[in-house]
Design a protein around this ligand. Structure first.
Ligand SMILES: [Zn+2]
Length: 391
């Protein structure tokens, strides 16, 4: 049987790649950004919105769906696509990151990890085999191996974690049997070039359908993240998709694409939209601010999304201030559109070798006013990992 998956590399421009990853539920035009639907739902959006916005891929979280409503229930309901009525490609993470950042009383051993649910405190155990069983029951097009997510700045911890993550990757590969599902390996190794090289080579030898770069955007600086991508991208097989997990800030996407990354996911556009923070070419604006109270302009003058075609900043601010649920939806539509439009422009720029121009033009205008805020968020995420580790 021929594989339903195919990676077509159409063009490179420097290290950047224009490509298509074909899955049983359709092609993913890459570089691609996947909005996150943690609970099999991109909050406030419907499948027809995602279609209209041009989303080729969405992500759902294994940890959350396993706990509620349960992977077996979803399998009985015909699998994730049918259950959520989204017929495009879906990727599920392995739950590893959530176990290491969200679950309580985590106990790690060579065979797997035992934890308590953050919902009701019940005890659960993830092993590589168990996670493959869960992801194969959920039935996304792309599944991820179970990995450990260590503090990216601790060398000794990364050495120990990497050996275990590699053994888990082998066990996932053995346990994964579903031919209509692509299994991706996850390169770990923190910010350490030698560990990233080792991990890329080891996982490359296991011949996964794609390679994720994990353990970034959790406490390191942007410079460390970019340097790690410089090391890692050339070290994984060139004929497979490369996926940078959990990164969605526009400036990071552009920098990562320039280094050879093909896929991204992040809660950023949807999460900040629910806090009235909307993305524009000038940076984020917060519609709760008084300056927008009588602003008749759309969120973004040249934006073609439904929200910008229809509503003023003044009206949206009123909805946010009044706590109307429509505000969350209109904001989310715009932010997802902003990311999709950025990816379209990136793909066009790779096609005509103008990615450096796009980068210069974008960064000249895009205000990174949230730099300090984001650094603070990353520090907190890292502290969270550290706390979990020492328990
Ligand atoms: Zn818009």
């Amino acid at each position: 049987m021929t594989s339903p998956f195919r990676f077509d590399l159409h063009k490179t421009s420097g290290a950047a790649r224009l490509s298509t990853f074909t899955t049983p539920h359709g092609p993913i035009r890459m570089p691609a950004f996947a909005p996150v639907g943690t609970l099999a739902n991109v909050k406030t959006l419907e499948p027809r919105d995602l279609d209209e916005l041009g989303c080729d891929l969405i992500l759902a979280n294994t940890y959350h769906l396993y706990l509620r409503p349960g992977h077996e229930l979803i399998a009985r309901m015909g699998g994730l696509h049918k259950f959520m009525a989204w017929h495009g490609p879906i990727l599920t993470d392995s739950g590893g990151y959530q176990v290491f950042s969200l679950a309580h009383q985590r106990e790690l051993d060579e065979d797997g990890v035992t934890f308590r649910s953050h919902i009701d405190g019940s005890r659960h155990r993830f092993t590589p085999e168990r996670v493959m069983e869960i992801e194969q029951a959920l039935g996304p097009d792309i599944a991820m191996v179970l990995d450990e997510c260590p503090d990216p700045l601790s060398y000794d911890y990364n050495v120990a974690a990497l050996a275990r993550t590699h053994r888990w990757a082998e066990r996932c590969k053995t346990a994964h049997t579903r031919p209509d599902q692509a299994l991706f390996g996850i390169v770990q190794g923190g910010v350490f070039p030698d560990l990233r090289q080792t991990s890329a080579q080891f996982l490359g030898g296991l011949d996964f359908a794609g390679y994720a770069i994990g353990g970034l955007a959790v406490g390191e600086t942007k410079e460390q993240m970019y340097a790690t991508l410089d090391e890692t991208c050339p070290a994984v097989p060139a004929d497979k998709p490369r996926y940078l997990m959990g990164v969605g800030a526009p400036e990071d996407i552009i920098e990562a694409v320039r280094r050879g990354v093909d896929m991204f996911d992040c809660v950023l556009p949807t999460r900040v939209a629910r806090n009235a923070a909307l993305l524009t070419p000038d940076g984020r604006i917060n519609l709760r601010n008084a300056q927008y109270a009588e602003d008749p302009r759309p969120v973004q003058e040249d934006c073609t999304c439904y929200t910008c075609r229809t509503f003023s900043r003044a009206y949206l601010r009123h909805l946010y201030k009044a706590g109307e649920i429509s505000a969350l939806r209109f904001g989310t539509i715009h932010n997802v559109h902003f990311l999709m439009e950025l990816m379209r422009r990136i793909r066009a720029a790779i096609a005509d070798d103008t990615l450096d121009d796009l980068r210069a033009e974008f960064l000249a205008r895009y205000r990174l006013s949230n730099q300090a805020v984001r650094h603070d968020q990353r520090r907190r995420r890292r502290e969270n990992l550290l706390n979990q580790t020492t328990k």
